[in-house]
Write a protein that binds this ligand. Structure first.
Ligand code: NDP
Length: 401
């Protein structure tokens, strides 16, 4: 059907490549480009060995629009799946506009010099994508992504009004390392060390980092300490579902992980301002990334599973309704299938499905969209069969008060 260009050859890029290759009736041609082409070649080799599908590779520095434009003009893809870093979102969107290519990503734009998560920069492209007749799909990983589609599905099928939304994200896995992050360390540490923030009665309420904590139980995993952090999908969900009175995002962290994080912060290693080191400017967080385990290497020893879902309370037919929808994903299964751990898997599969929605015409429209603005049903169907089956529980204790 269509040619896809995957940008970024990390853990998530690996999964996207495998999943696109598994669906070669839709993704009839696949090109993978990244800053370090050897990483694309390594993935392409694994895909060819395992699935017999050829992936073409290229080198690109996606910080530069001119390099992207050259690449797009050479490859002429129908769409780009951007699984590089959030820093590259805008340059890739600019190149898409210049070359008439559709766009999809899994994380919202962040400026390098400020840990700030908001959609304003990318929403500002709405008119230009609309005028060009192009589609940009934002935040199509698991969270944001599946959690947003779960919310849209709940709104469509189970609620007349949603009032309380709690997104709960548990990684119940163990990779055997004293400290490692599950995706790009720089992006991950920026995300989890920022102040907490949630939506209540029409306003954002800010908290100190990890100030709100509660024990929550996760299916197949058990009870885990869960903390309210800010997560980008809250911004679009409260806008697109205005009946929501309170929206929060919970993530589980072990005591050991938080202790490491505290030390990293206290000694200044989470800093994003450059410092002078032996006559050279270095950014502490980027240096830290260089010495931490590569998230892509965690898969081999990873055991346990992730459990991510939405707990929603609202009104259906005049009655109070409580609803929980979630997916559990085993790290070992993800590794066996793709050579990547569960966090990369749960991000890469939805990115592939979002691209499939666009290519097969299930999701249409010119402009810039968050995933909850589309019909959730065809996406939910694909999740069931493409590796991320979901479970619904009705009228249970949601634990979140
Ligand atoms: P990695 O760090 O493993 O991979 C990032 C890849 O992007 C690397 O191959 C890197 O190249 C490449 N890259 C970085 N800068 C550039 C550039 N300027 N030009 C071209 N390529 C570049 O990250 P992950 O695979 O773990 O994560 C990928 C994305 O997925 C991130 O944006 C992350 O925020 C997002 N994500 C989203 C989640 C969700 O649920 N929505 C969950 C987890 C992640 P090189 O090898 O040269 O460094």
């Amino acid at each position: 059907m269509s040619k896809v260009l995957i940008i970024g050859a990390g853990g998530v890029g690996r999964v996207v490549a495998f999943k696109c290759a598994q669906n070669s009736d839709v993704f009839t041609e696949i090109c993978m480009a990244s800053r370090t082409e050897s990483k694309c070649k390594e993935i392409a080799l694994d895909v060819e060995k395992q699935l017999g599908v050829k992936i073409h590779t290229a080198q690109v520095d996606a910080d530069h629009v001119d390099q992207l434009v050259d690449l797009f003009n050479r490859e002429k893809p129908f769409m780009v799946i951007n699984v590089a870093l959030p820093y590259q979102d805008l340059t890739i969107m600019d190149a898409c506009l210049e070359c008439g290519v559709h766009y999809l990503d899994t994380a919202n734009y962040e400026p390098k010099d400020e840990a700030k998560f908001e959609y304003s920069w990318q929403w500002a492209y709405k008119d230009r994508f609309k005028e060009s007749g192009l589609t940009a799909i934002l935040g199509c990983g698991f969270d944001p992504g599946v959690t947003s589609v779960f919310t849209a599905y709940a709104a469509k099928h189970h609620f007349d009004q949603m009032h309380y939304l709690d997104i709960v994200d548990c990684n119940g896995g163990d990779h055997g390392k004293a400290f490692a992050t599950n995706f790009n360390p720089e992006i991950n540490i920026r995300e989890v060390t920022q102040k907490g923030k949630y939506w209540e009665n029409g306003d954002w309420v800010e908290t100190e980092p990890h100030e709100i904590r509660q024990e929550l139980s996760y299916p197949e995993i058990g009870k885990r300490s869960s903390y309210v952090i800010y997560h980008e999908e809250l911004e679009s969900l409260v806008k697109n579902f205005p009946t929501i009175k309170r929206a929060r995002f919970w993530m589980t962290f072990g005591d050991e992980y938080l202790t490491h994080l505290r030390v990293i912060q206290n000694i200044g290693m989470a800093g994003i301002e450059p410092v002078m080191f032996e006559g050279k400017e270095i950014v502490p967080l980027q240096f830290l990334k260089a010495v931490l385990p590569d998230p892509g290497s965690l898969g081999e020893k990873y055991v346990g599973e992730t459990s991510i879902g939405c707990r929603i309370k609202g009104i259906k037919d005049g009655e109070v309704k409580r609803y929980y929808i979630y997916n559990n994903c085993k790290h070992q299964d993800a590794f066996e299938e793709t050579g990547a751990q569960g966090v990369s898997y749960t991000t890469g599969v939805p990115a592939m499905i979002g691209a499939m929605m666009l290519i097969t015409g299930k999701w249409t429209g010119a402009g810039v969209f968050n995933v909850e603005e589309f019909d959730p049903d065809p996406f939910m169907e694909q999740l069931m069969t493409k590796g991320l089956p979901w479970v619904e529980l009705h009228d249970i204790d949601l634990e979140v008060q």
